[in-house]
Design a protein around this ligand. Structure first.
Ligand SMILES: [Zn+2]
Ligand SMILES: [Zn+2]
Length: 420
């Protein structure tokens, strides 16, 4: 039997209902803040990611799904969305007369990572991108939106970590200082030894516990910020203070990609005893220019949806289903039920039945598996009397009801659930 590819996950019902519910809450939240959806291809030219994310990052060096198409062009399954959102804005002239463009995107991303719990090679993100402004108010708004969204899906005990990565001017100084520090220490991992010369900021992001320990005494970016960047950072923090949003400054937060400038942030959730980063983002003022466009400041975040689902509280999710299941016994009852289905569905209520002529017991367990709220039992005797048995599954209560009253009764019981 052919199996799914390693690191790829099937998302199955009823879990899919929770995914839909989370995505619906995300859409609502984005709408509140004036965002519109953008849908982009899964495939892009490899160059787009190589130039934006940075050739020395793990993503570009080791993790991209890259292949030549039939013409020999190098294509890559998107490992993240920001670069392609910026590409689409530039290419489609979305910034013309727009002021700030607020966009969101949901969908799968692809990275060839070692599969482990909560990490997949096709993973899913909810992305937010706000382009066209360098105002610190926008940074604060994007961060507050993220926490608002995570709160609306029921996450508690969230920790906001924040840092400023400065601009190209202030990083020059900092990189030099950092390099001096790094070279004065022994014991860096092989990756860090290489990055120490090519891209010292990457070292701050190293996952090795040993490197992390060595970094405790490293110089701190905040001390090297230029006047503009320092003022920007102070303003973001004071807006978060004013909004009553707690945060922790984390000088080692650099995020995995090269294009970040100024504000960088991450949100972790305490779930199942482990600290999990569920979302992260930051400013990328230089990104559009890296892609050959004009200056276009912007910032955004990505929520790891697979991780989010793992830390989602048990009670979060859609209300129980409002399905009615028609359990019919005998040919005549089955035919009547077939047309009753149409009447119930015409009222906007979900309904289903069995077409295989199974026993009542088998049909009841089918109704149970589908999570039916009501079962309508219809046999030859009921049909002759013009009635049906209406059974409420949660309580087991059962009543005989005239067939003509059945659809109105279901509408009364289930109608209010619409809009879930
Ligand atoms: Zn600066
Ligand atoms: Zn290292």
């Amino acid at each position: 039997m052919i199996r799914a590819i390693r690191g790829m996950k099937d998302i199955l019902p009823p879990e899919t209902s929770r995914w839909q519910w989370v995505e619906a809450r995300a859409r609502e939240t984005f709408e509140l803040y004036g965002y519109r959806e953008i849908r982009l291809p899964l495939l892009e030219r490899t160059e787009l990611f190589a130039r934006s994310i940075g050739a020395d990052t793990d993503i570009v060096a080791k993790e991209m799904y890259t292949f030549a198409d039939r013409r020999g062009d190098s294509l890559t399954l998107r490992p993240e969305a920001t670069a392609q959102v910026v590409r689409a804005c530039l290419e489609n002239g979305l910034m013309r007369g727009a002021g700030v463009r607020k966009l969101y995107l949901m969908g799968p991303m692809f990275r060839y990572e070692r599969p482990q719990k909560g990490r997949y090679r096709q993973f899913h993100q909810i992305n937010c991108e706000a382009l066209g402004s360098d105002a610190p108010e926008l940074d604060a708004e994007v961060i507050l939106l993220l926490l608002d969204l995570l709160g609306r899906v029921g996450l508690k005990n969230l920790r906001l970590l924040i840092n400023s990565l400065g601009c190209p001017q202030c990083t020059v100084d900092f990189k030099a200082q950092l390099q001096l520090f790094l070279k004065a220490q022994e014991g860096w991992c092989d990756d860090c030894l290489r990055r120490l010369n090519t891209n010292p900021l990457r070292v701050l992001d190293c996952k090795s516990q040993h490197c992390k320990a060595l970094l405790a005494a490293a110089p701190v970016m905040e001390d090297s910020l230029c006047e503009d960047c320092a003022a920007h950072y102070r303003r973001v923090l004071s807006l978060l203070d004013g909004a009553g949003q707690p945060y922790e400054k984390n000088p080692h937060l650099v995020r995995g990609l090269d294009y970040y400038t100024r504000t960088a942030f991450e949100v972790t959730a305490v779930g199942l005893g482990a600290q999990d980063s569920v979302a992260g983002g930051g400013r990328y003022n230089g990104l559009a220019r890296d892609l050959g466009g004009a200056d276009l400041p912007g910032l955004g975040f990505a929520i790891g949806e697979d991780r989010l689902m793992e830390v989602l509280p048990q009670e979060a999710g859609p209300d129980e289903t409002s399905l009615s299941f028609l359990a019919a016994l005998g040919d005549a009852a089955r035919e009547r039920a077939f047309f009753l289905l149409r009447e119930i569905r015409a009222q906007g209520l979900s309904a289903d039945m069995d077409f295989e002529g199974r026993s009542l017991k088998a049909q009841m367990s089918m109704a149970d598996r589908l999570g039916a709220a009501f079962v309508v039992i219809l046999g030859d005797q009921e049909l002759a009397e013009g009635t049906a048995l209406l059974r409420r599954m949660a309580t087991g209560e059962q009543e005989a009801i005239p067939l003509n009253d059945l659809v109105p009764a279901l509408t009364v019981h289930l109608g209010h659930k619409e809009g879930n």
